[in-house]
Ligand binder design. Sequence first.
Ligand SMILES: [Mg+2]
Ligand SMILES: [Zn+2]
Length: 192
Amino acid sequence: MTSAARRSVGTPGLLVDRDGTVIRDVGYLSRIEQIEILPRAADALRVLRDCGLKIAIVTNQSAVGRGLLDEKGLEEIHRELEKRLSAAGASIDAIYYCPHHPTEAMGAYRIRCECRKPDTGMALRAAADLDLDLARSYVIGDKQSDMELASRVGARGILLDAKLAANSPAAVKDIWEAAERILADLEARARD
Ligand SMILES: [Mg+2]
Ligand SMILES: [Zn+2]
């Protein structure tokens, strides 16, 4: 990274996982009918957007590489998801997906790519496209790979894990609670 890039300011953003975070994790979702936005997810995204965060979904979709759907089908699913979120007042700025898998994918999709979380390719692309300051950004997800991504790009990670959240502050029970943590953090930063 050049010193000019380090000096660029950018805005805070939210990199949010898709399956198990915004929509129900059905395991290799491949049809529009399977989309089920989780309770309070649209509200959480709307509130964070209203606070000025740019929002990008970053999602590993090895279902593509495994041949369960093609990229056109995945993009249709994402258009439908964006439409439903936007109808609930929760427009998002972008969706990035990784179609690869290093061992289980077929053909050209079977590569060790730089986009599959916890690698940082999608986050860096979102930062470039949306002019994000990753050091002031947040990652919400339900897997350790999401938290590892946060740590690799210097963002703050918030883990969704209802079981863990029941007796530990290390996790929250859903995306709404994650949004509450982010709001508190933004307020604390504004006071600094
Ligand atoms: Mg997930
Ligand atoms: Zn990839």
